[in-house]
Ligand binder design. Structure first.
Ligand SMILES: *[C@@H]1O[C@H](CO)[C@@H](O)[C@H](O)[C@H]1NC(C)=O
Ligand SMILES: *[C@@H]1O[C@H](CO)[C@@H](O)[C@H](O)[C@H]1NC(C)=O
Length: 381
């Protein structure tokens, strides 16, 4: 208990202390995983239940929120919706529900053919704040703050090491496309907005999902993308001020240090894998927000829109141009997951695009071009 008088006296000191912390934190920790904060409880979401999916047998698993009732034989599409920086799968489960019901009314999708899953990439902060019980018998994985988005290795459960968040997604895809469980599953969609989009974009490069279903990757308003060289669409001065800008998960330096078994092989192989996958970029035309990020992301462009268009211009420079299996949708939205995920074209990506059957919605290009008319000038150190 601090009396008002005492707290008033301490206020200037507190402000100075905070200022010192902020000044120390921002330049030094450009790539800060933000591991301190965390949830104390796991929230419910209407229509879902907690389902633990094994990753390494029962010694490491991932917690998900999943539809609590469905008829397995009816499932054709499994929609895996990855949360963002806020690690709030309950909100993303709700976004899936909203998207699925809009797909029913606007596209005629039968909701009983879609299974919704929102995985929880827990943080060490969630453990420290009580959301993961001590000695958790389910052996849920947890990661260091935001580092799950890059495929880095786990911190929980105790005694289990080297489990990448990509391995967790591989296990989830295998679980979801197991025809003994879902005899009619033919599409699996891995979707994420913001930090979830960063995860999906990296997973589309390095993930090794084993499935006979058609996979789709939806990347919404990602705050950064994986570059294959040191080129970035900003002035040279910005690059020289950001020493580690080409380190994974932003570039290809230190790939194997950070990705372990998933980083084996060269960046060119990862690029080929990415090009071969069905990737859909969703871009909010009003999403100029910078996000709370280090310089590694900011040298890809000032905001989410700028980073996406810069990256598209980057990919266009390679032989073959922009990957032919990829689509780009510019839609009216700011940095808002629900708005992005319930746009008609997003619903088509999530629920109806099926390349094996020739169903491929064209890119939504209001300016007629894949880069929306944005010119980029690249620099490199
Ligand atoms: C598929 O599911 C069945 C039944 O749940 C299980 O026995 C089998 O091991 C699974 N297959 C794979 C490849 O995971
Ligand atoms: C189309 O591109 C021009 C720049 O070439 C830009 O000013 C305009 O805002 C773009 N339109 C949309 C809908 O993004």
């Amino acid at each position: 208990m601090v009396s008002p008088r005492r707290s008033a006296a301490f206020l200037p000191l507190l402000l100075v202390a905070l200022l010192v912390l902020v000044l120390q934190a921002s330049p030094a920790k450009a790539d800060n995983p933000d591991s301190a904060w965390g949830w104390s409880t796991i929230k419910p979401a209407s229509g879902s239940e907690q389902v633990t999916v094994p990753v390494r047998g029962s010694s490491a698993s991932i917690l998900t929120l999943m539809d609590s009732s469905y008829t397995a034989s009816k499932i054709k599409t499994v929609l895996i919706q990855v949360h963002g920086h806020g690690r709030d799968p309950w909100n993303y489960y709700n976004h899936n529900t909203a998207a699925r019901s809009k797909a029913e009314s606007s596209l005629g999708v039968d909701p009983s053919t879609v299974l919704s899953i929102a995985p929880f990439f827990m943080g060490i902060g969630d453990k420290n704040n009580g959301a993961i019980p001590e000695g958790n018998p389910s052996n849920w994985l947890c990661f260091e703050g935001d580092y799950w988005a890059g495929g880095y290795s786990n911190l929980c459960p105790d005694g289990v090491q080297g489990v990448s968040s990509f391995e967790a997604m591989d296990a989830l895809v295998a679980w979801a496309s197991n025809r003994s469980r879902f005899p009619n599953v033919d599409r699996v969609v891995i979707s994420g907005h913001s930090l979830g989009g960063q995860f999906v974009q990296r997973y589309a490069h390095f993930g090794r999902p084993s499935t006979s279903a058609e996979l789709h990757f939806w990347v919404g308003n990602a705050a950064s993308f994986l570059y294959y060289s040191k080129d970035r669409p900003v002035p040279l001065a910005d690059l020289t001020a950001c020493k580690a800008y080409n380190r994974y998960l932003y570039g290809s330096a230190a790939l194997s240090d950070r990705l372990g078994a998933y980083g084996v092989g060269d960046i060119g192989a990862a690029q080929s894998t990415y090009n071969s996958r069905n990737v859909h970029l969703g871009i909010g035309l009003q999403d100029h927000a910078a996000g709370v990020l280090g310089c590694e992301a900011k040298v890809q462009g000032s905001g989410h829109y700028e980073r996406a268009t810069g990256y598209i211009n980057y990919l266009r420079q390679f032989k073959g141009g922009f990957p032919s299996r990829h689509t780009v949708d510019y839609v009216t939205s700011s940095h808002d997951a629900r708005t992005m995920l319930t746009k008609k074209v997003t619903l088509q990506r999530l629920f109806t695009d099926y390349y094996a059957k020739g169903i491929k919605t064209p890119s939504t290009l209001p300016n007629g071009s894949i880069n929306n008319g944005v010119q980029s000038t690249f620099a490199r150190t």
